[in-house]
Write a protein that binds this ligand. Sequence first.
Ligand code: NAP
Ligand code: MG
Length: 406
Amino acid sequence: MEKIRMKTPLVEMDGDEMTRILWKMIKDELITPFIDLKSEYYDLGLKYRDETNDQVTIDAAEATKKYGVAVKCATITPNAARVEEYGLKKMWKSPNGTIRAILDGTVFRTPIIVKGIEPVVKCWKKPITIARHAYGDVYRNVEMRIPGPGKVELVYTPADGSGEQRVTVHDFEGAGVVQGTHNLDDSITSFARSCFEYALARKEDLWFASKDTISKTYDHRFKDIFQEMYDSEYAEKFKAAGITYFYTLIDDAVARIMKSEGGFIWACKNYDGDVMSDMLSSAFGSLAMMTSVLVSPHGYYEYEAAHGTVQRHYYKYLKGEETSTNSVATIFAWSGALRKRGELDSIPELCDFADKLEQATIDTIESGKMTGDLVRITTLKNVKKLNSEEFIQAIHMELERKLYEV
Ligand code: NAP
Ligand code: MG
């Protein structure tokens, strides 16, 4: 069989530890036998990031701007222990943070649903994708302990020297605490645009929620920016795509989601997204079954797994012990990136390949062949626990059947 040809290269960002091992297996078994892979390779493994003073991370992000689509392996975010373990020159920043800052993107996380790994919430039939605004609010706060009686005020001093503005936060009669948070119109606007674009790309409804009835200026600003952008730029496109934009209060959103069947995108303010994404990923079953895509308002996409480098399994692997690490989210990062490349370059065979790769992965699990993490939580009977390599080989067999047998 002839391999599928690509036009534009995919930006390939390799990573660390167990996911780096899986990365190579996935390429060798599931990608390069079927696709004449055109990729521009960047090694984001910690060793090479250190050698290049992290320049490679910046180069990879710049390449994503140039080509539009990237696929990324999980990477170590160094802490003190890693600085020692790898003898690093410096405690380099989180690669994901660096890339996100350059692409100005929003992260969307979607669970992969298979029969036998049932969501805790029984009515959830389709995935709920969560988008977290990754700037400001409590994550950039300043706070103070108030030791005793006194007045706390918010003061704005305009740069142009015009009249200052002041509001009283509280007249303290005793000890307490205060907090100052902020956000930026530019950042909220980018977030809103990424959300509307991604909803169109997935043809799914978009929900957004805040607490605008209580926070009449701060949260209301978020609501207004979303609504104005929707009305002026997206209402018609949404109508044509048969999808809707829905705004409600955050508590109402949470209550509705528990009774929904899923199949939409939920845009969250920073704190809501932090909390709710952990709630959703555990309720959907497993972090190893959660994909993640960074969508920039300028139309760049970077796909990855939501989990980390699975360090504990890697140390077993290094000792020569058998591992059973779940590669599903990383496989879906590849399929997501290839599908997007296929869409942008008008290569229907590439999109079709991505669909079949995902279906082969799901069918493999539903036939009872899975990794240890899923064996522990599945409701299927007669399951077989496969090791890391066997699982990918089983998907390969299934994929060949789908591609070559009509
Ligand atoms: P992790 O790699 O997500 O793994 C935590 C635990 O979750 C594992 O020990 C394993 O549990 C389970 N798990 C996660 N993914 C799995 C998979 N694919 N298959 C089977 N089990 C899986 O988180 P971590 O160990 O806290 O972090 C390790 C490194 O990853 C850190 O250096 C961190 O900086 C980095 N990290 C990177 C990213 C990213 O690049 N996007 C995200 C998060 C963390 P058991 O041990 O019980 O089997
Ligand atoms: Mg969290």
